[in-house]
Design a binder for this molecule. Structure first.
Ligand code: CIR
Length: 265
C-alpha cells in the first residue's frame, strides 16, 4: 500500500497579513481577529511539527489579504510541483510569490500558464491513484486540462469532477483520511464522484467540518464539530482539533493553510 497522499516530510505555511480583514468571503460575518487567527495558526503549525515534519513559515504578504491560504498557489506531487493560476484576480500574484520557495525544494517546477487557464489548489484532492479536480468559480476546464497535460509524464491521472453550487472549493466539502477513505458532505458525495472509496459523511449541520487534513499520523480538523469528530475517532483515526473561527469568516479551513509535500531534488 502506498501513502503519498498523506505522509509528508514538509509543509509550507505563511503568516496571516494584517490586510486579512480585506480577504475574500462569500458572506460577511464580521472582521477576522488577527491575534486570534495568529494563535490558531501557531497551534496548527505546532501540530504539523508534532508529526516530525519540517514546517517552513513564510513571512506575511500584506499586498495579498488572502495569502495565508497558501494551498491555492501550488500543487505538490511526488515527482515535481506545479504553480497554479488562481481564478480570483486579487490572488493571481500569490502564485508567483510561492514559486521561488518551491524551486528551492523541487528539481522539476512547472507552471499553469494559459491566459484562459484558472485553477486553485483548494479544488484539487490528491489520492493514491488519481488527482480529482473540481470545476468551481475559481477553477475552469482549461486549467484542469492544462494540469492534466503538465503532469501526464509524471504518471498522474487527472479526473475532472464538480464542486457543489455555492461551495467555494471542491475540498471545502471533502478531505482524504487515508489511502481509501474520504470524509465528505452528503451534498458532494451524492454526486457519486467518490465511487470506489470508503466514505465517511460529516454530520448534518456540520458541513464546515468536511475540510480536514490527514498529515502523517494525525487528522487535523476544525474545533466545534463533535459528531463528525466522533465519527472520525470511531473509524480509528487520531484527531487534533484546531480553532478555525477566524479563517472560517474567510471561507478558509485546515487544508488551505499549508502546502504538504515531500521534496524531490
Ligand atoms: C478565498 O476566497 O480565496 C479565501 N478567502 C479562502 C481560500 C480558502 N482556500 C482553500 O480552500 N484552499
Amino acid at each position: 500500500m502506498t501513502d503519498r497522499s498523506y505522509r509528508f516530510t514538509h509543509a509550507i505555511t505563511r503568516r496571516p497579513a494584517a490586510s486579512i480583514t480585506h480577504g475574500l468571503r462569500a458572506v460577511d460575518t464580521g472582521a477576522p481577529d488577527l491575534a486570534r487567527m495568529q494563535a490558531h495558526h501557531d497551534a496548527y503549525i505546532a501540530t504539523l511539527r508534532e508529526t516530525g515534519a519540517t514546517v517552513i513559515e513564510l513571512d506575511a504578504l500584506e499586498p495579498y489579504p488572502d495569502s495565508v491560504f497558501v494551498e491555492d498557489t501550488a500543487l505538490c506531487l511526488p515527482s515535481g510541483a506545479v504553480i497554479m493560476r488562481p481564478g480570483a484576480p486579487s490572488r493571481l500574484g500569490e502564485a508567483a510569490e510561492m514559486a521561488p520557495h518551491l524551486a528551492a525544494l523541487y528539481g522539476d517546477l512547472r507552471r499553469i500558464s494559459g491566459a484562459e487557464s484558472f485553477i486553485e489548489g483548494g479544488d484539487i484532492l490528491m489520492t493514491e491513484t488519481e488527482i480529482l479536480v473540481g470545476r468551481s468559480a475559481r477553477t475552469n476546464a482549461a486549467g484542469i486540462a492544462e494540469l492534466a497535460a503538465l503532469t501526464a509524464d509524471w504518471g498522474e491521472v487527472v479526473r475532472e469532477v464538480h464542486t457543489p453550487p455555492g461551495v467555494l472549493h471542491f475540498k471545502t466539502d471533502c478531505s482524504l483520511l487515508d489511502a481509501e477513505t474520504i470524509l465528505s458532505t452528503p451534498r458532494l458525495s451524492a454526486s457519486g464522484c467518490f465511487k470506489g472509496y470508503r466514505l465517511i459523511d460529516v454530520a448534518e449541520g456540520e458541513e464546515a467540518a468536511a475540510n480536514t487534513i490527514r498529515f502523517n499520523d494525525l487528522v487535523l480538523m476544525p474545533a466545534g464539530f463533535p459528531r463528525t469528530r466522533d465519527a472520525i475517532l470511531a473509524a480509528g483515526f487520531t484527531v487534533r482539533e484546531i480553532g478555525n473561527s477566524e479563517c472560517a469568516k474567510l471561507d478558509g479551513g485546515m487544508s488551505c493553510l499549508s502546502l504538504r509535500f515531500t521534496p524531490k531534488a
